[in-house]
Design a protein around this ligand. Structure first.
Ligand code: SOE
Length: 360
């Protein structure tokens, strides 16, 4: 596993939970943790349950059964491509790469490799999102006409919040767009279908921030917020939005979908619920997705006991590692990651030229 920050903790926790809650999941040994700072790495390996550490991914990626790339975006392409070239299955965090060219190289390596390549779109694994997918696939909402996706956070609203790789275009690729928008675009594709055309705008409100090391300041070269109007291949229309300066919104990912027969509304702040409108209803009903026959619920607690954000990673790791063990296909894979990246790229291109653009 490369990376031991936020995502390292989320995935290591998922791996630790698997044998307890999903007994038929493949047995996994947390073998080697990769990073650059030896002291921090040793402490993290101990805390996250890894047997050993390595400071150079080149010495590791060919010799492990599975490689998790949880590093900053600019560290996604090279180690991931090397792992796939050695036939090692990969789970890479989102967005797949800082640039479309990087994502294309990664998808090409995955296409040539005889190994699953997964992108960490964990919100597909929220029970309520799976529930919505079943409703849509069963035709319960009718023909899908409109999609609205918003992902709002506020951790950069303070101009004194320090710069990091996440505020630097060379390392991140983009800001709220790639970091948060990638999740929304993945859910749009998962629930509605491919996006064909995009008209987008990006905005940076704070263009300089204190440097992370406390010495002076650094320019902010990514967006604080983006919004876009989109047209899906199947004719549906949509709007997308994300912000890291939406004061008061801590981690609210909202999805609204209307079809000809029904509609749904989901908010990550109330992730055990789905608001549902069906013919005959006088308004939206709130459905609790915590029954034992609801997606993934059989692994956890008695009906009615809520799940949280961390459970999505357990479901994701179960699906991915099962595909690795069985040698079966996995989605969301690198083709999905590339398709999302094409939409991110289209939003940026559209914002630059001030016109609607075609995805691709
Ligand atoms: C950003 O703040 C972030 O950590 C994203 O990088 C994650 O993908 C998202 O799940 C939560 O917010």
């Amino acid at each position: 596993m490369l990376g031991y920050g936020f995502m390292g903790k989320a995935h290591a926790n998922a791996l630790a939970r698997l044998p307890m809650f999903v007994p038929d999941a493949p047995a996994v040994e947390r073998d080697v943790l990769i990073g650059r700072d030896e002291a921090a790495l040793a402490e993290a390996a101990d805390r996250l349950g890894f047997a050993r550490t390595a400071t150079d991914w080149r010495e590791v990626v060919a010799d492990v059964d599975v490689f998790y790339n949880l590093g900053p975006n600019h560290v996604h392409p090279e180690p991931t491509i090397a792992a796939l070239e050695a036939g090692t299955p990969v789970l890479c965090e989102k967005p797949m790469a800082p640039t479309l060219a990087g994502a294309e190289r990664m998808a090409a390596a995955a296409a040539d490799a005889d190994a699953p390549a997964a992108v960490g779109f964990n919100y597909r694994y929220v029970p309520a999102i799976q529930y919505a997918k079943r409703l849509i696939d069963a035709g319960e909402l009718g023909e899908i006409r409109q999609f609205r996706g918003k992902y709002l956070q506020d951790w950069l609203v303070d101009p004194e919040a320090p710069a990091s790789w996440r505020t630097d275009a060379d390392r991140a690729g983009s800001g709220a767009l790639g970091d948060l928008g990638a999740h929304t675009i993945d859910l749009a594709r998962f629930l509605v279908g491919d996006i064909e055309r995009v008209s987008g705008q990006t905005t940076t409100f704070v263009d300089e921030r204190p440097a992370a090391d406390g010495e002076g300041s650094e320019p902010v070269t990514v967006d604080d917020a983006y919004s876009a109007q989109v047209r899906f291949e199947n004719g549906a229309a949509g709007t997308l939005e994300a912000s890291r300066v939406a004061v008061g919104r801590k981690n609210d990912h909202t999805i609204e979908i209307e079809g000809t027969e029904g509609a749904i509304r989901f908010s990550l702040e109330r992730l055990n619920e789905l608001e549902l409108f069906r013919p005959g209803n006088r308004g939206f009903e709130t459905v609790l997705v915590t029954e034992e026959d609801d997606p993934y619920l059989e692994h956890w607690w008695p009906p009615g006991h809520a799940l949280g954000w961390e459970h999505t990673f357990v479901h994701e790791n179960h699906a991915f590692l099962s595909a690795v063990e069985e040698g079966s296909a996995y989605a969301p894979d690198f083709d999905d990651g590339l398709a999302v990246q094409r939409v991110l790229d289209a939003v940026q291109r559209s914002a630059e030229v001030g016109e609607e653009v075609t995805v691709g």
